[in-house]
Design a protein around this ligand. Structure first.
Ligand SMILES: Nc1ncnc2c1ncn2[C@@H]1O[C@H](COP(=O)(O)OP(=O)(O)O)[C@@H](O)[C@H]1O
Ligand SMILES: [Mg+2]
Length: 359
């Protein structure tokens, strides 16, 4: 229904233009030769318009329609001037030629556009799959460190249970031991909740994102598995502007950057997550004191599958890039003057049509 309405409008325009040009011919006295030459060429407008709108068939039909409107005029008005009339017939032939050529070109362009659209959608959907795969791989990388984090509370609980089992008369010791058990259980629960929050598959959802919370969540999640020799520092300036975006996806951005930072610092050190307001949004920087990226790799690290790690997927940074771009932002990497890297993410604060229509 909507499509028919959309197609009707150019048809009406074409009919109107042909009718107008024909009216010009029939109503202008033959003596005004210049005007007649002009009107005759005006037929090209609807022919070209039809060819662009409906392809070569539209071009030919309109050429035929224009010719049919024009022909009686040639026969009645110019029948005694053979030369001039012959030119007019040639012109009608040209209507067809122009209609056909323009139409074929426009058809080809339309086909290319449809093909591009298809390829774009295909790419988009494979990137969605890559994002899911990367999510699982991030979890895998976190899990390696988590074993340690789980073992500690478990041995505390085990130790406490042993104390209770051997039996103790002191009520104080009993209470203290139970408190330890409950505290360690709570820690394990928190750990699981953080992990599951991130692992749960979910539709992308746009909303107002509180970056402060996102960074907090990321630090908790990575902090669990990073080990004691790595220290996370969060610095956010007060009153960060709100960002319109998908909170889980933005969490994935800073999670990937933080995991990379941790992996770049086998000796330990400090990772700073800094967020501050800027002209049109927020800049978040992830600074590490790790091994850094050699100059010759700098322009390849965002490429999918580029990795220097034995068990790396090389997808982390390309997912970061894709999510940030979808939010209308930018991401860049820089070597720190002393050591390590700084990854800078800019996110605009105003709503973005690009992200909104995706939803
Ligand atoms: N903070 C960092 N410090 C040093 N090198 C980094 C850092 N972040 C990324 N890299 C480099 O960029 C490459 C690509 O990173 P990424 O796309 O996350 O894939 P992966 O972590 O699976 O290798 C890494 O293999 C590493 O060489
Ligand atoms: Mg990575």
């Amino acid at each position: 229904m909507e499509k028919a309405a959309r197609q009707l409008r150019p048809v009406l325009w074409i009919a109107f233009l042909v009718a107008l040009t024909s009216a010009g011919h029939y109503l202008t006295p033959p003596a005004y030769r210049l005007w007649h030459s002009l009107f005759q060429r005006l037929y090209y407008l609807p022919v070209v318009y039809a060819a662009i709108s409906f392809g070569w068939r539209g071009g030919l039909v309109t050429a035929a329609f224009s010719g049919a409107c024009y022909l009686p005029h040639i026969l009645t008005t110019w029948s005694d001037q053979h030369h001039y009339a012959r030119d007019q017939y040639a012109e009608i032939f040209m209507f067809f030629a122009v209609g056909l050529v323009t139409g074929v070109l426009s058809d080809r362009e339309r086909a290319q556009r449809a093909e591009l659209k298809r390829v774009y959608e295909e790419l988009q959907s494979s990137f969605e799959q890559v994002k899911r795969a990367d999510r699982l791989s991030s979890l895998g990388q976190l899990a390696a460190g988590l074993a340690h984090e789980i073992r500690n509370p478990l041995s505390s609980i085990d130790g406490a249970a042993e104390v209770l089992q051997t039996g103790t008369d002191s009520e104080d010791v009993r209470q203290e031991t139970l408190t330890i058990i409950r505290r360690e259980c709570a820690r394990l629960f928190r750990l699981l909740t953080d992990l599951l929050d991130f692992a749960r598959p979910r539709q992308p959802e746009l909303g107002v994102v509180n970056l402060e919370n996102v960074l907090e969540k990321v630090i908790n999640l990575v902090g669990h598995s990073a080990g004691r020799e790595i220290r996370f520092v969060k610095e956010t300036s007060p009153q960060l502007p709100a960002i319109l975006g998908d909170e889980e996806q933005l969490a994935q951005v800073f999670l990937n950057l933080s995991i990379n930072a941790v992996q770049a610092m086998p000796e330990g050190g400090e990772i700073r997550l800094q967020a501050r307001r800027c002209d049109h949004g927020v800049v978040v920087e992830v600074l590490d004191q790790g091994v850094g990226v050699p100059e010759e790799h700098l322009d390849r690290i965002f490429d999918p599958f580029f990795t220097t790690k034995d068990t790396g997927t090389g997808l982390g940074l390309s997912v970061v890039h894709q999510i940030v771009t979808q939010h209308g932002g930018t991401v860049s990497a820089q070597r720190n003057p002393d050591r390590g890297m700084t990854f800078r993410v800019f996110l605009p604060s105003k709503p973005l049509p690009e992200t909104r229509e995706k939803g």
